[in-house]
Design a binder for this molecule. Structure first.
Ligand code: ATP
Ligand code: MG
Length: 267
């Protein structure tokens, strides 16, 4: 189905991503709600110009530093993340020595097992959190997402949560964990509550995070700590919001918009 999309189509990349999610839905990895959530993300990506911005790169650097310096790092994976970035998640886990945990908003043993299988096939060594493995609870949360693996998210100091929900982000931060979120919407509660927010599409952000972690791995832990200390999430979120603001102001001036995302430099 994917190869039907002509490469010169202005929305080719975006359409390919949709196809991956539809495929994930057919395989029992992605839920209907996940498809809708993606639509919300896409709208923000359109406004952003569908490119990784400078503030997103800065947040990615801080996130890679946090993951490499973590004592117990975890990557929390839901259906959309698995469908869009399983291979890169597996590689990022290896580079950063993080563990991987399946954590779903709409839990079902079948879906957990399907995601686990997909991640293992993509190269993950071990996947926590499926079925009975998620026997611990996050305090203060009522949804099924409070269930976590006692060897994973519960005891982790740094948690990467691509596509998280606001309540859970807040609860995890309250538990004293460093939370790295990837969210195209800089205004969501997830984006606002996380310790480090990468305002970018997971399709672009996870490979970038992997590359950056590979690079920073060669640096000292002290240097990484400095990167982390000098990062200010509020300031970075402001820069991300300002990026869209300036981009839209530029387009609004002419009231016409033909080339997508070409005007990023210099903003
Ligand atoms: P919150 O619960 O944090 O307040 P929300 O309720 O507005 O957020 P949800 O429906 O919980 O949003 O989750 C969807 C979120 O995931 C949206 O904020 C959307 O921007 C983001 N999102 C969806 N797809 C992607 C993607 N591919 N890359 C990055 N972010 C995405
Ligand atoms: Mg939400």
């Amino acid at each position: 189905m994917t190869n039907k999309i002509p490469p010169e189509h202005p929305r080719a990349e975006s359409l390919r991503t949709r196809e991956m999610l539809i495929e994930g839905f057919r395989e029992g990895i992605v839920t209907l709600a996940g498809l809708i959530a993606h639509g919300r993300g896409e709208a923000f990506d359109y406004l952003l110009g569908e490119k990784t911005t400078k503030p997103a790169l800065k947040a990615t650097e801080a996130a890679a530093a946090a993951m490499l310096n973590a004592e117990k790092g975890i990557i929390s994976v839901n259906g959309n993340t698995a469908a869009l970035a399983a291979k890169h998640i597996a590689e990022l886990a290896k580079i950063s020595k993080a563990r991987i945990e399946v954590n779903l908003f709409y839990r079902s043993l079948e879906r957990e097992e399907a995601i686990k299988k997909l991640l293992i096939e993509a190269g993950a060594e071990k996947v926590l959190g499926a079925g009975k493995d998620a026997s611990a609870r996050i305090p203060e949360l009522s949804s099924e997402r409070r269930r976590v693996d006692p060897h994973g998210i519960l005891i982790a100091d740094v948690v990467l949560v691509p596509l998280e929900d606001g309540d859970r982000t807040e609860a995890l931060v309250k538990m004293g964990k460093k939370i790295i979120a990837i969210d195209l919407n800089p205004l969501s509660r997830t984006a606002q509550k996380a310790t480090i927010t990468i305002v970018d599409n997971v399709v672009r952000a996870i490979p970038k995070l992997m590359e950056t972690a590979e690079k920073l791995k060669k640096e000292s832990a002290d240097k990484r700590e400095k990167i982390l200390q000098s990062f200010d999430n509020k300031k970075n979120l402001s820069e991300s919001i300002a990026f869209t603001e300036k981009r839209l102001a530029k387009i609004a001036k002419v009231g016409e918009f033909l080339v997508i995302g070409e005007e990023q430099d210099g903003l």
